[in-house]
Write a protein that binds this ligand. Structure first.
Ligand code: UDX
Length: 457
């Protein structure tokens, strides 16, 4: 990059939220900003620490999170978010104060860039009079949903039914409020209310809002967010396309599946993965297996530790598995997902619709079978199925007959083929936005400029 040498004197401090679906995009963003000439410090809780040896160009600093490893439960994410925000504020402040004391003119902190769920970082930034930038690793629509729900909380609309009766649907278009019920209905209400308030209020104070999305995917929503918050919204996704070849997996990727894919026909394989957190019971797991086996399509299935609640997943499979499926099925604990989705043999992705998986699928023109589990996944599935029309939703109880039918619709029917064509069209649009002069390219340059100007004196 031009001016790289001069820009190297500006340091960005990234604050990570310690789960795979957030670590990946934040380290990708850090890699992108490093390529723009910034020095990078990564501050992260001790829990789920990333591996510094995979990113030797960054300085990694763990901070005390006071979470005992055994107590962190993926079924209580709101509790974890709340604890992290309570416990990490002082350690982060102390660490940055030390950095400021040691600062020289060639290595000054330009700003703190934090995962939106680590909103305490904005308070630290405010207290130390440093600029803070909030990163959304999920869709822009989730910022809007949180902001709208936050306003309703303030106005006292406490129940979802109340909200429905106020007929506020238009505010969230193209997303329908009634479809977002799962975003509102998780866990302990007070914690969710607190989260919505803190998240939205920190965004109001931030110097910029960075979103891992593309203008053409969420144009109206981005405009609406811009109207709600004073800071500029930078849409510079998809991060992973701007920072290729970095691996930040917490689990070891099993690359044997790539040689298995090499032996399959083009577009014939359905890739099945439910991300890093979602879980199912034994019955759902076995229905999934039978649905895949009966569909008669080759499948590559990620069965990570913890996917089946309380069980050692793969051991549940019937003894006849080898005989029944043979080389038609490949099961791994963790896949190199970007490589898998880019492989010519993969023709469909059965996904839980985490935002990273959704973006990664779109970027490779792969249509999706959607089975959201919670939170923003429900919102992303609406985008995939109803707005972009590049997937179909697997609704109701997980049952082998429905699964078999849905897999075949996606993989071999005309309906699936039409979705594949639309997905390829989206892929082309992604590539255009990344090129010189494209929306992502321009937005990224503007963001780098803003970062440099924030503490230029
Ligand atoms: C979580 C939330 O569940 C999700 O809804 C939110 O948008 C982000 O945080 P997660 O459930 O893990 O994330 O899903 P996702 O967003 O799809 O992220 C998973 C990441 O792990 C992706 O980048 C994917 O490429 C990677 N992955 C997944 C692998 O590298 N290998 C695998 O086998 C599976």
């Amino acid at each position: 990059m031009e001016n790289q040498r001069e820009q190297r004197c500006s340091r960005l401090v990234f604050v990570l939220y310690p789960f795979q679906g957030h670590i990946n995009p934040m380290l990708q963003l850090a890699t992108i900003m490093y390529s723009k000439g910034f020095s990078i410090t990564i501050v992260h809780p001790q829990f789920n620490s990333p591996d510094p040896s995979k990113h030797p160009q960054f300085t990694f600093t763990p901070i005390s999170d006071d979470l005992s490893q055994g107590k962190v439960s993926t079924s209580d994410l709101f509790g974890t978010i709340s604890a992290l925000n309570r416990n990490c504020e002082e350690p982060l402040k102390e660490y940055i104060e030390k950095m400021l004391k040691a600062e020289d003119t060639h290595d000054r902190i330009a700003c703190i860039i934090y995962d939106g769920l680590m909103f305490f970082a904005q308070s630290v930034a405010d207290r130390l009079k440093l600029p803070g930038m909030s990163v959304r690793t999920s869709a822009a629509a989730s910022i809007l949903a949180y902001a709208v729900f936050r306003r309703h909380d303030e106005q006292g609309y406490i129940s979802f039914l109340d909200l429905m009766s106020k007929d506020q649907e238009t505010e969230l278009q193209p997303l329908r409020l009634k479809d977002l019920v799962m975003l509102r209905s998780q866990n302990v209400p007070e914690l969710i209310g607190e989260l919505r308030a803190n998240l939205t209020d920190s965004v109001k104070k931030s110097s910029a809002i960075i979103v891992n999305t593309m203008d053409f995917l969420e144009q109206n929503v981005v405009k609406q967010i811009q109207g709600l918050f004073p800071a500029f919204v930078f849409t510079i996704g998809p991060f992973h396309k701007l920072a290729p070849n970095i691996s930040s997996s917490l689990l070891k990727e099993d690359t044997n599946c790539i040689s298995w894919l090499d032996r399959q026909a083009p577009n014939s394989v359905i890739y099945v993965s439910f991300g890093s957190i979602a879980s199912m019971d034994e019955k759902e797991f076995l229905e999934t297996y039978w649905g895949l086996a009966n569909s008669d399509q080759p499948f590559l299935w990620v069965v990570r530790p913890g996917l089946v609640r309380g069980s050692k997943s793969v051991e549940l499979l019937p003894k006849s598995f080898e005989e029944r499926v043979g080389d038609k099925g490949c099961i791994v604990e963790w896949a190199p997902q970007l490589e898998v989705l880019a492989h010519g043999a993969v023709g469909g992705f059965w996904s839980h619709c985490g935002w990273n998986s959704t973006l990664e699928s779109i970027c490779e023109g792969v249509p999706m079978l959607c089975r959201p589990f919670f939170g923003d996944q429900c919102l992303n599935a609406i985008y995939v199925c109803d707005v972009w029309k590049v997937g179909l939703e697997l609704e109701n109880e997980l049952e082998k007959g429905n699964i078999e039918k849905a897999v075949r619709t996606l993989m071999v029917n005309t309906e699936g083929n039409e979705m594949r064509k639309r997905a390829m069209h989206l892929k082309e649009k992604v590539n255009l936005s990344l090129r010189q002069g494209g929306s992502c390219y321009n937005s990224l340059n503007e963001l780098a400029e803003q970062m440099l100007s924030l503490r230029s004196n």
